[in-house]
Design a protein around this ligand. Structure first.
Ligand code: 5GP
Length: 187
């Protein structure tokens, strides 16, 4: 790689407006994990991470939940490559295990319109889960179209397109250690 390419920092890209620092996120995620551990004490919840956006949140969250638990992943498509939901929800990767009789905790990066989560929660109930709860790092509450109960919420955020800590724009910025508003998607 050339020296000019390595000099460009992705983490301090001027098109990003930091919203939550890595430290703020770590503190909040640890609190959420402790609360989840208390609530599920004596149980063996199955955490279902929604790919790809929740992968970093999930990996930090599970290390703060001192319980016997399982981890599975689903992939759901609703955005394509843009910054607005298409409204169409599709399971791209399904669970590898049955959920019947299990206490399910869905782990999601962000709840926006709520279309994805209301669909997923209904789908897991329909498969006979004993309980279905939701942990979401970010709640873009102003844009809600479907009512969704977020049992464990990291931060409420304004209506802006955010990236980092697993969240992408066209597959970019997932590796930021913090969450930022993307100022100009066309830049
Ligand atoms: P919903 O179905 O609630 O409208 O959208 C949920 C999904 O849309 C999230 O899992 C996430 O993939 C995507 N999404 C919604 N808002 C944002 C955002 O501000 N930034 C990014 N990167 N993805 C978002």
């Amino acid at each position: 790689m050339s020296s000019s390419a390595t000099a460009l920092s992705e983490f301090s890209n001027p098109n990003l407006e930091p919203l939550f620092t890595a430290e703020q996120i770590q503190t909040r995620v640890a609190e959420m994990g402790a609360e989840i551990a208390r609530d599920y004490a004596g149980g063996t919840p199955l955490l279902v991470g929604v790919l790809k956006g929740a992968y970093i949140f999930l990996s930090d969250l599970v290390r703060s939940i001192d319980l016997r638990l399982g981890v599975e992943f689903m992939a759901i498509s609703s955005y394509g490559m843009g910054t607005r939901s298409s409204g169409e929800v599709r399971i791209v990767k399904d669970l590898d295990v049955p959920v019947e009789g299990r206490d399910i905790l869905i782990v999601e990066d962000i709840v926006d319109t709520g279309l994805t989560l209301s669909y997923l929660i209904a789908s897991l109930h329909g498969r006979g889960a004993k309980s279905v709860r939701l942990a979401a790092l970010l709640d873009k509450w102003e844009r809600r179209e479907r009512e969704v109960t977020i049992d464990y919420c990291g931060f409420r955020i304004p209506d802006a397109f955010v990236v980092g800590y697993g969240l992408d724009f066209a597959e970019r910025y997932r590796n930021l250690p913090y969450v930022a508003v993307l100022k100009d998607p066309n830049a």
